[in-house]
Design a binder for this molecule. Structure first.
Ligand SMILES: [Zn+2]
Length: 103
């Protein structure tokens, strides 16, 4: 029987493996792993920390407005902002995450 803690660390391990191959947004990771997006978002901070501990570079491409290109760089949160403060557009692209392996 798999404990909840083991299951969580497996999810994080899988997230790291996926993010080393190409950038993903939270929704993409959710679909790829069959894990709820809320769970993914909960893991992201920890995954970032783990990746850095392993000597990898954690790269975030911030959420941005599809209409005017406004970037939500001030946001640490991994969830999608609902509306663009500049043009009031609602076509917001999710932040994507990537792990760069320096070798
Ligand atoms: Zn905009």
């Amino acid at each position: 029987m798999v404990t909840e803690i083991e299951e969580q660390s497996t999810t994080r391990q899988k997230m790291i493996e996926l993010l080393k191959s190409r950038p993903f947004d939270a929704g993409g990771l959710s679909r790829a792993l069959g894990v709820k997006q809320r769970e993914i978002e909960r893991h992201l901070k920890n995954v970032a920390k783990t990746a850095q501990t392993l000597g990898f570079k954690w790269v975030i491409d911030p959420a941005r407005c599809e209409g005017c290109g406004f970037k939500f760089t001030d946001r640490e949160r991994t969830t999608k902002p609902s509306r663009c403060p500049k043009c009031r557009g609602e076509q917001i692209l999710y932040a994507t995450f990537f792990i760069e392996v320096p070798y």
